[in-house]
Structure formats: C-alpha cells, structure tokens
Design a protein around this ligand. Structure first.
Ligand code: GLY
Length: 332
C-alpha cells in the first residue's frame, strides 16, 4: 500500500517530497519545464525510446556513483516512462530501495504512477522485463498538468475512463464532468483524478501482483496493446486503450447491460474511432499478451459501471468477434 498525497501547490508539496529523497530521475522535457524542481536530478531523454536496459544501466550506474545506499530513497519525477524505469531501478538496486512516485502526466497520475508495475521494454516488446515494486509514497500534483501537451491529455483520458468504470460513483462523476475532460480543465478534472487514484490504489493494495482482482485494470488493454504493437506505437498508449475499450466492448456486447453498452459506445466515440487493423494481425499480437492463460485470449469488459467481467475467447472466436465488432462500429 502506497501513501497517497494529493495537492495543488507545486512549490510546497513537490519540493517537500523531493527533499525526502536521495536521488531523483527525471526526463529532458520535465527538466526543461521545471528546472528548479529538477535540481541535480539524473536526466534521461524524454520518450518511450529511453525505456530500455541501456537507460536502466545508466540510472543504476549513477545511483552507485552517487553513493546511494539501501536505506536511501529514489524519486521518479515524470510521466509513465520515468516512473516505470526508475521504479525498476529501485527494485533492482541493492535488491530493492524505497522509491517515491511524482507523476507529471495525466496517465501517470491516474494509472502508471500507482501500483508498482515497473519495467523496461525488451527485444521490441513493451514492459517485457520488470518487477512489481510499489512506490512508498505517491505525490499527485495536478498543477503539473498546466504544461501537459494536448496529445498527452488524450493519452491520460483513456486510463481515466477505464478507471472510472470500476465504480458506479466514479462513472457518475465522469459523466457529469465530461466537459472538463474535453476542455482539459484542471479544476474540473481534479476530483476525477483523486477518485481514480483512490480506486486504483485500493485495487493494487488488494492484489499487488495481479493474481486476480487487479486484472480488472486490463480493460481495453488486450486489443489496445495489440493495436499499439501493429501500428509501431504511432499514437500514444492511452489512445490505443481508448480504441481497445471500444472494440472489446463491441466484441463482448452480449455480456454487457444493453442500455449501458449504448451509452458507453457513444461516450467512447467522442474520444476515438474504430481500429483499422485486421483481425488476423490483432489476434496474432493478442495471443502473445502476458495476460493470457493456455490457448485462450482474455478480454476484460464492464457489464455496467462497478461490475467487471473477464471473457475468454478461442483465437477463432476472437477473430470472428473482432471482425463483426469493427463492422458494427464503422456502420453506426
Ligand atoms: N496499468 C494496469 C495496472 O497497473 O495493473
């Protein structure tokens, strides 16, 4: 269980958090935008291309050279890439040191910065090598969103919508805050962020290593990850999650409440469009998903807000349902 601290005062809250830490990792974008906060942080180049074993090695090397000891604390100041790789370095160094997550993007605030899924990409496969190592503290500060690029907002919206499906109250809040989500309105979206943080922290505390309950956080991700990999990561992760949420719902409409299904697809259509990839390509990629067991492909879908279920499909059934889902989505 991580200690969560939500705040709006960058200087007071984030400075205090960083002052508890002995080593900070950030990226070139965050360092340029927040030079005072970054201080003597170790800076990695911004972007997914940094999430590899070479950068991991460079972080570990810097930790050793700066004399980090087992009782010290490492901070990740940045978005998903910084959090994932810094958390993994913290998991490995001296068999594990404490780390603090200070997410600066919407995606990291509502999803990747919480729950200790740390990793790097390996041999072209996203997050293939990693460890579960939860941050000791998480500092959510919505003021960072003032400098978030437009595209990164959409990326965060995918995980935000996914998390809001997990409880009835969160979905109601989302439905009444859609204007704030569209307008990137920080004041309007802040209650949604804090709600998502609370929900995600509760899920990962109950099932930190994804034995059972945590699988609900994979909603939209089987198709989303497959599309991402087929496309060569042209869009952001959250944009593929949005396509995955929409396609998986249309593939499993039979297990969803009809009224909710219609409302949900309408909502997702405001954010995304149906995928263009073929069922053969998507099924090929989905079959190597880490979440599968045996020969089936697993999809996680909302029956209605607050009630999530897993649907296991054979590869033939997956392809048939994908084809008919995409056809329906394109014709609506
Ligand atoms: N992003 C899904 C999880 O943390 O389990």
């Amino acid at each position: 269980m991580s200690n969560i601290h939500c705040g709006r005062d960058l200087n007071a809250d984030v400075k205090a958090a960083l002052s508890m830490c002995d080593f900070t990792v950030t990226d070139s974008n965050v360092a340029a935008l927040y030079p005072k906060l970054s201080g003597d942080a170790f800076i990695i180049p911004a972007g997914e291309k940094s999430k590899n074993t070479e950068t991991l090695n460079a972080i570990l090397d810097a930790m050793q050279k700066r004399g980090i000891k087992r009782g010290d604390t490492v901070a990740a100041l940045g978005g998903g890439v910084v959090g994932d790789i810094t958390g993994f370095a913290a998991a490995l160094y001296m068999r594990g040191v404490d780390w603090v997550s200070i997410p600066t993007s919407l995606l990291a605030m509502v999803d990747s910065g919480i729950g200790g899924k740390t990793a790097v990409d390996f041999n072209g496969i996203k997050n293939l090598v990693g460890a579960f190592h939860s941050p000791r503290d998480i500092f959510i500060n919505a003021e960072f969103l003032k400098t978030l690029p437009e595209r990164e907002w959409l990326c965060g919206d995918g995980e935000l919508i996914k998390t809001c499906l997990l409880t009835e109250d969160a979905f109601k809040l989302l439905s009444s805050s859609l204007n704030a989500v569209f307008d990137n309105d920080i004041d309007g979206i802040y209650p949604l962020i804090t709600e998502c943080v609370k929900i995600k922290n509760a899920v990962v505390t109950a099932d930190p290593t994804e034995k059972d309950l945590r699988k609900i956080l994979n909603m939209g991700h089987t198709v989303g990850h497959a599309l991402e990999s087929i496309d060569g990561y042209k869009l952001s992760h959250g944009e593929y999650v949005l396509k995955g949420l929409m396609t998986e719902a249309a593939m499993c409409a039979d297990v969803m409440d009809k009224d909710f299904y219609e409302l949900y697809i309408k909502l997702l259509k405001m954010f995304t469009s149906p995928p263009l990839s073929t069922s053969g390509a998507v099924s090929g990629k989905a079959s190597i998903d880490k979440k599968n067991e045996g020969d089936s492909v697993s999809l996680v879908v909302p029956v209605r807000p607050g009630k999530i279920t897993e649907v296991k499909l054979s590869h033939d059934a997956f392809r048939a349902r994908y084809d008919s889902a995409v056809k329906i989505l394109r014709s609506e």
